[in-house]
Write a protein that binds this ligand. Structure first.
Ligand code: ADP
Ligand code: MG
Length: 611
């Protein structure tokens, strides 16, 4: 007998499950489904993202509703429009062999009257975001006074996004004798409060560790001197060319100032805070969703409703006043099963806050050093090479090619590559050549020593490698480190300084292992792709060699005197460009805004520097 059959699911569902290709129930499904089928009970189910919670409530729900009755019998609340549509779609697939089941999605940003009309036609199941649902109830467009089931899906996310009041209001218009099923990845206090106040003796199911933060987010901090905060932020952006990030500041003023500086320095950035009008905020969010903005600088309040998937980094430019807020911030990344990184830029005097946050998120931070100029150049170089390799060719170009071939005809392939890459790369090299290390020195023995594992090794004779796998292949630094150690048969601390980018990564080993590394990895395939490992030029500890032990700020970038006024004039024009440009790479121009200004044409091309 099929495992799903043993859970008590009926024939129509089993057929649909078979079509979906699910072979065995996941743990949360195995625990929740029989309980929910057997009893009319409230339930709190905690399981990580990606563990199949939708089916864990979807299957029993479909089996329990009455398809012959066209009244609304179940309400599923979910945090975002995307999830709302996703769940609706899943429920439709699960119920495809059961006649008469209708599921309607209700979410903001689409016609409310059309949604109301669909419900009127008879929808047993409504899947809704709390905001829009509240709106519909207020306008009398929907009636949930007879529902038997209310499901709070991704409850922690909903509360993170500030939907507490909406949820409470919605629950209060629903009948007391319904069953409430709460599904969540984590159990922060607000979720516990909902469970306590609005549920009756809920059964509790936990898969994995209760209360742990989302394991899809890794946490890092960078210790810098206070005056280097901004420069550190820029380097983090430059070291992550595909960054798509939310940057948190404490006040509206700082938010505006940091965003302005980033724009001035040529990044695709924008500010989001309460002093903007609703229309301005909508405009910013639209550009962010469309990825014309790669660095969204926001206050905590303004960022509350941000439901954008694929955010790669959350950066705490300053830590929040209330440590608890950190959780809300870091929850903007690592969504929908994707990996994300939450970064804290921190000064020595705030260091103790890290342990306090670790206690709250039940996860450890990794201490990292701000990438050196050389590291950034290297990353940019490989990024550029990958970008050239992957670029989609527009065939408009075809007619020009014969003439262009003619121009290039005397260059060998190697020369051509070298020159092509240099076109973009010279600027980075020129800027970073002069730049110093930013990591703040820590006093004597620090508590962070336990985190040295990613930075172990003897220091001398370390070899740094480039490898052509990265976050695109679902690695983060921890999983790549594990993968490399296992594959190479090396010990716990033999692989260090693992730095994962989108399409490639870097790591170090001691020199004695380099032969094994090169031989083993270069003869391997991963999901049909050949691994490529090369020794990279610097050993990844360039920082330490260049550290300025006097603690001077020496060599920091200063804008050339006469540049500033031009910059101001050029700003609004460039801002227009960065909203519409849609370039890849966080910068819209070269580092620090000093190198050549972009031309004002709309193609995003740069003025040639020299002929
Ligand atoms: P969660 O809500 O816990 O984050 P989802 O319900 O969105 O997870 O499910 C994650 C993915 O796993 C979906 O693509 C879903 O179709 C798939 N899935 C769910 N249950 C199973 C199963 N038993 N076997 C295989 N895939 C499953
Ligand atoms: Mg889910």
């Amino acid at each position: 007998m099929n495992k799903f059959e043993q859970l008590g699911l009926n024939e129509s569902l089993l057929r649909a499950i078979n079509d979906l290709g699910f072979e065995n129930p996941s743990e949360v499904q195995e625990k929740a489904i029989p309980l929910l089928l057997e009893k009319d009970t409230d339930i709190v189910a905690l399981a990580q993202t990606g563990t199949g919670k939708t089916a864990a409530f979807g299957f029993p729900l479909i089996q329990k509703i009455n398809p012959e009755n066209r009244e609304t019998q179940a309400l599923i609340l979910s945090p975002t429009r995307e999830l709302c549509l996703q769940i609706t779609n899943e429920i439709k697939l699960y119920s495809k062999y059961i006649k008469g089941v209708n599921t309607v999605a209700v979410y903001g940003g689409a016609s409310i009257t059309e949604q109301a009309r669909e419900i009127k036609r008879g929808a047993q199941i409504i899947v809704a975001t709390p905001g829009r649902m509240q709106d519909m109830i207020n306008r009398g467009l929907v009636n949930i006074s007879k529902i038997d089931f209310c499901i709070l899906d991704e409850a922690d996310e909903m509360l993170n996004m500030g939907f507490y009041d909406d949820i409470v209001n919605i629950l209060s218009t629903s009948p007391d004798d319904k069953s409430t099923w709460l599904f969540s990845a984590t159990m922060p206090q607000e979720v516990a409060r909902i469970a306590k106040e609005f549920m009756r003796k809920p059964l509790e199911i936990t898969v994995g560790h209760k209360n742990s933060g989302s394991s899809t987010v890794s946490h890092e901090f960078y210790l810098v001197n206070a005056r280097d905060r901004y420069e550190a932020l820029k380097r983090l952006a430059d070291a992550n060319p595909d960054i798509f990030s939310v940057i948190f500041c404490r006040t509206k003023r700082d938010t505006q100032a940091v965003a302005e500086k980033l724009i001035e320095d040529g990044y695709n950035a924008a500010a989001l805070h309460g002093d903007l009008s609703q229309a301005q905020r909508d405009g910013v969010m639209k550009s962010f969703r469309g990825r014309q903005i790669q660095m969204l600088v926001a206050t905590d309040v303004a960022a509350r409703g941000i439901d954008v998937d694929n955010v790669t980094h959350v950066i705490n430019y300053q830590l929040p006043d209330e440590i608890e807020t950190y959780n809300h911030r870091s929850g903007r990344t690592g969504r929908a099963g994707k990996l994300g990184t939450s970064i804290v830029i921190i000064t020595k005097s705030e260091l103790r806050k890290i342990s306090a946050i670790e206690r709250i998120i039940k996860q450890k931070f990794e201490e990292k050093t701000i990438p050196s100029g050389i590291e950034i150049c290297e990353i940019q170089l490989f990024h550029l090479a990958n970008k050239i390799k992957d670029v989609e060719v527009d065939h408009e170009i075809d007619s020009y090619l014969p003439a262009i071939y003619e121009v290039m005809k005397d260059l060998t392939k190697e020369e051509l590559i070298k020159k092509m890459v240099s076109v973009e790369f010279n600027r980075f090299i020129n800027y970073y050549k002069k730049n110093r290390d930013l990591s703040a020195q820590k006093a004597g023995s620090e508590r962070r020593e336990s985190f040295a594992s990613n930075d172990g090794g003897s220091g001398n004779g370390a070899v740094r490698y480039f490898v052509n796998i990265g976050s695109r292949d679902n690695f983060d630094w921890m999983s790549l480190k594990d993968f490399l150690r296992d594959t190479l048969g090396l010990g716990r601390d033999d692989v260090f300084k693992v730095d994962v980018k989108e399409g490639f990564s870097f790591f170090n080993t001691d020199a004695e292992h380099s032969e094994v590394v090169l031989e083993t990895l270069n003869s391997m395939h991963l999901e049909g792709r050949r691994l490529n490992v090369e020794i990279s030029k610097n050993d990844g500890r360039d920082n330490n060699n260049r550290r300025d032990h006097n603690g001077r700020s020496g060599g920091g970038f200063k804008r050339a005197g006469g540049d500033r006024s031009t910059d101001r004039n050029a700003r609004s024009e460039r801002r227009g460009e960065s909203f519409g440009g849609g370039r890849s790479g966080a910068r819209t121009q070269s580092p620090a805004g000093r190198a050549p200004r972009r031309s004002s044409d709309s193609t995003g091309s740069r003025k040639p520097r020299r002929s």
